[in-house]
Design a protein around this ligand. Structure first.
Ligand code: PMP
Length: 444
């Protein structure tokens, strides 16, 4: 794109070249899928803003893909981390912060009795599926098309981009090269929102370990409460554990996650992101009958075959737990924070919609509880694959590029996230940048 970047972001460009010589950065979507033409390397971050190596400031709507609901460098998190470092970071030995985090998690979800801590959302899904397989002594996992559950083979089956088979009974497809084909074969794929399709659960009930679903898929930022109720009823009838993946939505759309909004109790809930205050963290919470599949017992060797193993050297380390406790306590004690976020989300969504409407641009924006999903698409309905097929992804990528030019960091091809630290001023910058970016895009 523009030659003027040589003067605007010279240090980031230099760092990009240096990084490319030694670092494969698959966790950074903007370097994995499509090397960004506007790379940003952060020098520091505070509140709702980040600053790059050249001193350019951006209002950040990536939120680090989820953890930073209080914004960057929040004093309560900083203090917790600093005191944790001073006290010594402990892992693999019991300590109070891990007990406190488990208590906070269990208290947040009516359906949760016990928690197991791990290091990421990916790990929480691996663990939840293992607990269910151990409990049911069955292998097959049911998941929904387009739902990403972390980067494990299981988490990525039919998670994005490539879809085959009947839309009501999709064929499972590996989400990445290098997947174990056995995992793909042991997965059944359903459509979120397709209540009629749930009859297939009855047909396969005897093979099923569990059903895992994002109750509020981040690709749509919308909860289908009627569908979730039907799913809960059917799985309960059949005795199949229902796992909610609330790695993104837990403590974000409401303190108790999407399940609190929908009023539905899953058997297990997968968590991550916010619960570690920006440090690596994950957790499975849920019914003790399931979580206890991994419980230690008086005589571990005698009943070893009857248990599922949960491990992780750094799982529940005291530093992560202290950071998580600080964020969760703050969120719990400031319940109006969620109403404020919702109001800001509505305001910004209206700004976006006004900008696209006045230009006649087909753009579908779903926004709820600080999560925005934006697609340049004529389709507002239909199942996941149909909405994706109708979306102009090049325009979404171009938008991220122009928004950076106008002082806003958007992640490419990922939902945008507001934090409680974004000020009215920050939001005004975003609204204006969106309008200017659409003008730039129309002009190119
Ligand atoms: N589940 C969902 C719904 C996610 O969006 C993600 C990551 N964005 C994960 C699981 C995996 O979490 P992590 O990246 O922490 O492993």
């Amino acid at each position: 794109f523009d030659a003027h970047f040589g003067t605007q972001i010279p240090s980031s460009l230099k760092m990009r070249d240096r990084a490319n010589n030694s670092l494969v950065a698959p966790t950074h979507i903007n370097r994995y899928f499509f090397p960004s033409t506007y790379p940003v390397f952060v020098k520091d971050a505070a509140g709702g803003r980040i600053r790059d190596l050249d001193g350019n400031e951006y209002v950040d709507l990536s939120g680090g893909y989820g953890p930073h609901i209080l914004g960057y460098s929040h004093p309560v998190v900083n203090e917790a981390i600093i005191s944790g470092v001073t006290a010594g970071n402990v892992n693999g030995i019991g300590h109070e912060p891990e007990v406190e985090l488990a208590e906070l998690l269990v208290d947040a979800f009516p359906a949760a009795e016990k928690a197991i801590l791990c290091n990421s959302g990916t790990e929480s899904v691996l663990l939840a599926v293992r607990l269910c397989r151990a409990y049911r002594r069955r292998d097959v996992v049911v998941k929904f098309e387009g739902h990403y559950h972390g980067f494990s083979d299981q988490g990525m089956v039919s998670s994005w981009f490539r879809f085959t088979g009947d839309k009501h009974a999709p064929e499972p497809i590996a989400g990445t090269l290098g997947s174990d084909s056995g995992v793909v074969r042991n997965t059944l794929v359903f459509q979120y929102g397709d209540i009629g399709g749930l009859d297939r659960l009855r047909e396969h009930a005897d093979r099923l370990a569990c059903v895992i679903v994002e109750p509020m898929p981040s690709s749509t930022a919308a909860i289908d409460e009627e569908f979730l109720s039907a799913l809960r009823r059917t799985t309960a009838d059949l005795g199949i554990p229902l796992v909610f993946d609330e790695v993104v939505t837990g403590f974000r759309v409401a303190y108790g996650g999407a399940q609190t909004i929908a009023g539905i109790e899953p058997d297990l809930t997968c968590l991550g992101k916010i619960i570690g205050g920006g440090l690596p963290c994950g957790a499975v919470v849920g019914r003790a009958e399931l979580t206890d599949m991994a419980r230690s017992s008086e005589d571990p060797f005698l009943d070893y075959e009857k248990k599922a193993f949960a491990g992780g050297t750094l799982s529940g380390n005291s530093l992560t737990c202290r950071a998580g406790n600080a964020v969760l306590t703050h969120l719990r004690d400031h319940p109006t924070l969620y109403e404020d976020l919702e109001a800001r989300t509505r305001w910004l969504r209206a700004e976006f919609e006004e900008s696209t409407r006045k230009r006649g641009i087909a753009c579908r924006i779903n926004a709820r509880g600080s999560i925005f999903s934006l697609n340049f698409s004529h389709r507002s309905a239909g199942v996941y694959r149909e909405r994706m097929a109708g979306s102009n992804f090049k325009a979404t990528i171009a938008l991220a590029y122009y928004m950076r030019k106008h002082g806003v960091y958007l992640p490419e091809l990922h939902s945008f996230l507001l934090s409680a630290a974004h000020t009215d001023d920050d939001l005004a910058v975003v609204g204006k940048a969106f309008d200017l970016s659409l003008t730039d895009m129309a002009g190119d």
